[in-house]
Design a protein around this ligand. Structure first.
Ligand code: NAP
Length: 558
């Protein structure tokens, strides 16, 4: 018998820390840890103790004898990883324990943001004796993309919010919600009250295509669509035209697949989820029957994880389709490591099966298209169609595939284009920013001022603003640990300035600048109100979608 890691693995490695035989890979520090699609259990080494299953924050681990039918492939997926990565070292990974120097026993840190990267940083800091953390969040509700990014039909992923809720409730953590750093209080003012500031503001913008028609009405970033259906206050009143039968989604990463599912799954699935009510109502009236997911590269280079692609083949009422000529155009998966070749081969097999299947006429469809480079989005007053340059795959000098336009073009009629080509961080007042990478320049999380050619004293970053928009929720844990290690090293070395202000002067400043700010208890009242409304409808929660509603709930609910 063995345990099996399945769909929804968050990669936070908490399972690894409790495994007595170290049969879960990759581990933090392994070369492929930060890029791994998921973690895997070696069936040959597992001793069936169930410690990992108990520890998993997102319920992604199953016993092989209990593996539900739709997760059946994961036994082979786990086993396959070890064909290329046999376990040679079972000594435990050294746990990182932060410690302040005996002669400097008090450290005050401000963390800006409350998404997963921020929560992992707050968790590391607040678990360290002598560290006090002030948390700043622009909205009255915490958790960033966990609340406004994770798909409503991925309820188990959201379970990690319970861990984060526990972290924010720690005694050494003081929350200031509904306070915008940069508007209500500056980074410099935070530094006057703390030894250090960690910026974990995420990625609030989009990569762009730079093609004609990109900004026509009816062309939106998938980020906006996701924020709309998840009830983010900035996007709750956005409008998406669901009156046409076809939607085109650009890119085939996990965000593209999230929006494709939202547009095609029966609305009954979402009526039991925490999707915002306005989005459920709009989806009830939707005329969409087909979502075309168009990628510029081939089926051997699908950007989504295997788990998310596989899940598309198992949706009730939805057919995953592909064109044999496009899938067959790239029969040999190419990649730079044996593990990546195996993953590409599995995705290719999923698509080959999809390309041979006869779709059910009564089902909605997700059509995976390949070798389509967006050329222009067309329309007079709004989107009417999108034109692609058709592409082919050739082998580059290094043997890896190169995609190049063939000179042919293809136009697809649609009234709605969702650009799922990646999130991008936006510049932050007072902090350096690389336009090239869309990130804050840093060294191990220490913010680097390129003009001064040195790190900025007391300023750190973590998460998507640090490494770009990549990885799943748990990927942020190792990222935040790295930043916290740098910060505590600098503090121990005496490189951080002692703050002039203290906790009381900070509270007074925030109260003056943001009289409507909330503490953690204020957010917990909002949480309680959302959950109560949800339980009446057999849903996890019914979300408030405006700041005013949230503040009212924080005041009136006991
Ligand atoms: P992503 O994985 O980077 O995918 C971006 C897609 O856009 C790729 O297909 C990429 O194609 C394409 N693209 C980029 N620039 C393009 C251009 N100029 N023209 C045409 N296509 C272009 O990004 P994402 O889907 O936004 O996801 C971001 C991160 O969040 C990922 O790490 C993802 O795994 C994670 N996430 C995870 C989940 C989950 O676990 N369920 C859900 C949502 C997001 P190329 O491959 O050719 O560059």
């Amino acid at each position: 018998m063995t345990y099996v890691i399945t769909q929804g693995c968050c990669n936070d490695a908490s399972c690894i820390s409790v495994c007595p035989v170290q049969c879960i890979r990759p581990r933090p520090g392994d070369p492929d840890f930060t890029t791994a699609e998921q973690l895997y259990i070696d069936p040959a080494t597992c001793i069936d103790c169930a410690a990992c299953m108990d520890e998993c924050p997102v319920n992604a681990i199953e016993a092989d004898y209990d593996l539900p039918a739709h997760l059946g492939e994961y036994l082979a997926i786990n086993e396959e990883y070890f064909e290329d990565n046999p376990i040679t070292d079972t000594s435990p990974v050294a746990a990182i324990r932060h410690k302040l120097p005996a002669d400097r026993p008090e450290l005050r840190v401000a963390v800006v943001g409350t998404g997963p990267a921020a929560c992992y940083a707050i968790g590391e800091l607040s678990a360290t004796a002598g560290v006090a953390v002030s948390v700043f969040e622009r909205l009255p509700t915490p958790f960033g993309l966990l609340r406004s990014g994770v798909a409503p039909d991925h309820a188990s992923t959201k379970l990690i919010g319970e861990q984060f809720r526990g972290i924010l409730a720690r005694k050494s953590v003081t929350c200031f919600f509904n306070v915008e750093v940069g508007r209500d209080i500056s980074v410099d003012e935070l530094l006057e009250h703390h030894h250090a500031v960690i910026w974990a503001g995420g990625a609030a913008g989009d990569k762009t295509l730079g093609i004609e028609g990109e900004d026509l009405p009816g062309s939106h970033s998938a980020r906006e669509f996701v924020a709309w259906y998840n009830g983010h206050p900035d996007h709750a009143t956005d409008q998406f035209d669901l009156s046409g039968e076809r939607v085109v989604v650009l890119g085939n990463g996990n965000v593209a697949l999230d929006v494709a599912r939202a547009l095609t799954r029966p609305v009954a699935v979402f009526e039991r989820s925490d999707m915002a009510d306005h989005a459920i109502a709009a989806l009830r009236g939707s005329q969409v029957t087909e979502v075309v997911v168009a990628a510029r590269r081939g089926p051997g280079q699908v950007a989504s994880t295997t788990a998310e692609l596989l899940a598309l083949t198992q949706l009730e009422g939805v057919d995953l389709v592909a064109r044999p000529e496009e899938v067959d155009a790239d029969p040999t998966p190419h990649a730079d490591t044996a593990g990546a070749v195996a993953i590409a081969a599995r995705k290719n097999a999923i698509l080959t099966t999809a390309s041979r299947r006869t779709p059910n006429d009564t089902n909605r469809r997700i059509a995976m298209r390949f070798l389509m480079i967006p050329r222009s989005i067309n329309g007079t007053d709004r989107v009417e169609s999108i034109t692609f340059d058709r592409a082919e795959i050739t082998a580059g000098d290094d043997g890896l595939p190169v995609v190049r336009a063939t000179g042919e073009e293809e136009t697809i009629e649609t009234g709605l284009v969702l650009r799922a080509i990646g999130y991008r961080s936006t510049p932050v007042a007072g902090l350096p920013y690389s336009d090239l990478t869309g990130t804050i320049p840093h060294q191990g999380g220490r913010v680097l001022d390129p003009e001064a050619g040195a790190t900025m004293t007391g300023v750190y970053c973590t998460g998507w603003v640090k490494r770009g928009a990549s990885g799943v929720i748990g990927t942020n844990k190792a990222d935040s640990v790295e930043t916290v290690v740098s910060l505590i090293e600098d503090f121990a070395a005496g490189q951080l300035r002692d703050p002039a202000g203290d906790a009381e002067t900070l509270k007074a400043l925030v109260a003056e600048r943001s009289p409507d700010h909330l503490d953690n208890a204020g957010w917990l009242r909002i949480n309680q109100a959302e959950r109560s409304a949800g339980s009446a409808e057999k849903r996890p929660r019914v979300k408030f979608v405006s700041v005013e509603q949230m503040l009212a709930a924080s005041r009136t609910t006991g």
